[in-house]
Design a protein around this ligand. Structure first.
Ligand code: SDX
Length: 438
């Protein structure tokens, strides 16, 4: 939409009380959600920057992909509610939806599934890349390295100005990320790499490459395949979170898509972001028993203690994270179907959530469980090792990153991201020769 179409009749008038100057700022309105004050001309007209570390009140771009209403606990992928998609869709259908803007018809779905399936293998030379890592490397370190290395292998899809190159690179990234992830796991446990199979679905193939061995047939549990598929759907995209913003910023310089996705993986790794699912499991194991919960709640509230209740709180959700609800339901379903009658960590998580949500500190700050709070329990039930939890998040989020990257490249208003600052350092001063310094 042209700026004019988005412009709302409202404007904001900024008055400089020192000089009496007034500046009018236009308001832009999207299809839903908060309107924005367009400050693009602010510095040129006033000589002032805005200041918003962490971008708590700043929109970085226009997007048509994902909408979140943090107060209402709403998450839409291209307008479809996440709970419906988790219930009725499958992950490759979600990939098509996020990439192309609507649900595929039968013919489109079949072709997309075929195209993705037939790009799941890695260049055989790339497999040598793993050999350079120590066996005990964190799988996320391997993911950063191997995904970045894709740009050293696929030179025929790096021209980001060419829509065909962008589509090929997008399909390759979505198709190969589970293979790369599964091989990172196999490498860390010293087992042989398992090649993808073209007769399996995306989720089934990932489980197969993770857990099968050449020594015996591996039977894929439909329960685990469904749980994996639903987990991938829930983690697929989430508007302008830290890792997606990293991918957009890297892409704004014209960097190739594989390098941008590697940057997104690096950002997701942090415990405040995608690394939280691993941190939640470690936290639950550290708490160990319900009787220890009050001590950890106290630590989480203590400003002098860096400990935070992992899996709780969110920059946007000030209500329940709708993904956490689906995850919690899925926990009961998967554990029940697997015949796991008592999972102490799930009992502990539910009790921890109950106590936290009754505590004034959490209630006042609207800190609710987020997507990472329950996901680790399902991952554990699926046999995923804790060190692979964030890798699983990266596998799922790759389609969101690549869809947002495409949207950024195709945006006519797109320019290199280059924030300014509030400088607090030394003002200009003369150089002091070494023998004249104190
Ligand atoms: C993801 O952005 C996304 O969309 C991310 C994500 C996605 O799909 O891409 O949803 C995935 O990253 C989910 C979040 C996973 N991270 C965690 O679970 C780590 C624990 N949570 C926190 O680190 C924190 O809640 C954040 C990072 C998630 C949000 O931080 P904000 O928005 O910057 O909030 P804040 O740190 O300013 O906290 C506000 C207040 C502070 O207290 P006061 O200074 O007001 O007294 O709440 C407190 C914080 O100390 N607080 C917590 C807390 N989270 C916030 N106190 C204890 N435990 C916590 N978990």
């Amino acid at each position: 939409m042209a700026d004019q179409d988005r412009r709302n009749t409202e404007t904001f008038t900024l008055t400089n009380n020192a000089t009496g100057e007034e500046f009018e700022l236009p308001v832009l309105e999207g299809s839903v959600g908060p309107k924005v004050i367009d400050v693009r001309r602010l510095y040129a007209e006033t000589g002032y920057f805005t200041y918003d570390p962490g971008f708590t009140s700043t929109g970085s771009c226009e997007s048509n992909i994902t909408y979140i209403d943090g107060d209402e606990g709403i998450l839409l992928y291209r307008g479809y509610p996440i709970a419906d998609l988790a219930e009725y869709s499958d992950y490759t259908e979600i990939c098509y939806l996020l990439l192309y803007g609507d649900l595929p018809n039968n013919e489109q779905k079949e072709k997309f599934d075929f195209d993705i399936t037939y790009h799941t293998m890695l260049h055989e030379q790339l497999i040598q890349f793993y050999r350079g890592f120590r066996r005990d490397s964190h799988p996320m370190a391997i993911m950063c390295g191997v995904v970045g290395a894709l740009s050293a292998f696929y030179h025929d899809s790096l021209d980001i100005s060419d829509p065909w190159h962008r589509m090929v690179a997008s399909y390759r990234t979505i198709a190969k990320i589970p293979t790369i992830a599964a091989q990172a796991y196999k490498y860390s446990i010293g087992q042989p790499f398992i090649y993808p199979r073209n007769d399996l679905s995306y989720a089934e193939n990932f489980l197969y490459m993770m857990f099968s061995t050449p020594a015996e047939p591996y039977e894929i549990s439909p329960i685990l395949a469904r749980a994996m598929d639903r987990t991938l759907i829930l983690h697929a995209d989430h508007e302008q979170n830290a890792s997606t913003s990293t991918v957009r910023l890297a892409g704004s310089s014209g960097a190739n898509p594989f390098a941008c996705i590697a940057a997104g993986i690096a950002s997701l790794w942090g415990p405040a972001h995608g690394g939280a699912n691993e941190a939640v499991l470690n936290m639950l194991q550290e708490i160990g028993d319900k009787k220890n919960i009050p001590e950890f709640i106290k630590k989480a509230k203590d400003k002098d203690d860096p400990f935070r209740l992992m899996g709780f709180g969110h920059r946007v959700y000030k209500n329940f994270d709708p993904r956490a609800r689906v995850m919690q339901e899925s926990c009961h379903e998967v554990l029940g179907e697997l015949g796991v009658t008592n999972e102490p960590l799930l009992e502990l998580a539910i009790e921890l959530e109950r106590i936290a949500l009754e505590d004034e500190y959490f209630v006042e700050r609207k800190l609710y469980p987020n997507v990472d709070f329950y996901s680790g329990i399902i991952f554990r039930a699926m046999g995923i090792p804790v060190s692979m939890f964030t890798v699983l998040f990266a596998v799922a989020r790759t389609v969101g990153w690549i869809a947002q990257w495409n949207e950024m490249v195709e945006d006519p208003n797109q320019k290199i991201g280059r924030p300014r600052q509030l400088y607090l350092g030394e003002t200009e001063r003369p150089y002091v020769a070494l023998d004249k310094r104190g």
